[in-house]
Design a protein around this ligand. Structure first.
Ligand code: SF4
Ligand code: MG
Length: 291
């Protein structure tokens, strides 16, 4: 993605800090994801006025209240269409979408697929705690089969969706999985995702201490391993799909798939609206139609 730098001064954490404080539960993964995203923006050294953070609805979708940059908190599941419009209007902006698994993979599931199909140059960070936290703990599209919740007291009947496999087959060109407790590792994934030219997804496994008693710290501690340092080849689509299927005693985190050759949507079809010379455009005939 274009990382626009117009200020000489290096961006610091203080530049990105607002007067608001999160009220997330103690131990919630949203805290470390927020902290890590801010550190990633410092590392990327993008001027805050060139960053737009678009969110949906959910506990974690409040992140743009706590980062001093442009922000838009949209309707439930509709963050990606808003982000698409922003990016098409001004290609020079760094557009980052943040939201939960219920928001993005459930309610916004079709937007998720269509945005990746276009390979828009935006970064999507999904706080995947496998539950709807804000609305009091209903099961989500990534809850495991049999997950007991307020809406599934006898256990979820459905199989969970596989967001990484969905992303790979739908056309995303950077697909990674992080973990909210592995902050340095996650920071690198986010930095690389923002720098990637095209649609980048970082699915972030996170703890919901209040409503998810299955995907706990111990659950992840026993299963997660990093792809970095192994001989894993992230350029193979077929290999990435196989890796995305791995969810059991071992669960991989890291970069699963990257395609650096596919052009991004806005570079193929659209000039930014911002920056166009409109001095010779007369919209009077158009306005007259409504008089
Ligand atoms: Fe975090 Fe869950 Fe509490 Fe929401 S309900 S703030 S996701 S721990
Ligand atoms: Mg959730």
């Amino acid at each position: 993605m274009t990382v626009t730098k117009t200020d000489q001064k290096k961006v610091t954490l203080a530049d990105l800090t607002t007067k608001e404080y999160p009220s997330w539960c103690q131990g919630c993964g949203d805290h470390t994801i927020l902290f890590t995203l801010k550190n990633a923006l410092v590392e990327l050294d993008i001027d805050p006025h060139n960053v737009v953070i678009v969110t949906g609805i959910g506990c974690g979708s409040k992140v743009n209240h706590f980062i001093r940059a442009y922000g838009f908190e949209g309707l439930h599941g509709r963050a990606l269409p808003v982000a698409s419009g922003i990016k098409l209007a001004n290609k020079d902006l760094t557009v980052i979408v943040v939201g939960g698994d219920g928001d993005g993979y459930g309610i916004g599931g079709n937007h998720f697929i269509q945005s990746m199909r276009r390979n828009l140059d935006i970064t999507y960070l999904v706080q995947n705690n496998a539950v709807y936290g804000l609305t009091k703990g209903q099961y989500s599209p990534t809850s495991s089969k049999g997950f007991k919740s307020s809406s599934t007291p006898d256990g979820a009947l459905e199989e969970p969706i596989n967001p990484l496999a969905t992303a790979i087959v739908s056309g995303a060109t950077y697909v990674a999985r992080g973990y909210s407790m592995e902050t340095k590792h996650l920071q690198k994934l986010i930095v690389d995702a923002v720098r990637h030219k095209g649609f980048s997804l970082v699915d972030i496994l996170q703890i919901c201490t209040t409503y998810n008693k299955v995907n706990t710290w111990d659950f992840f501690k026993q299963r997660l391993y990093k792809l970095e340092g192994s001989n894993y080849d992230a350029t193979s689509r077929r290999g990435a799909l196989q890796k995305a299927e791995e969810w059991g005693d071992k669960i991989p985190i890291g970069l699963l798939y990257k395609d650096e050759h596919k052009p991004s949507y806005e570079d193929k079809y659209a000039d930014s609206i911002v920056g166009h010379d409109i001095s010779n455009v007369d919209i009077t005939p158009f306005l007259n139609r409504f008089r």
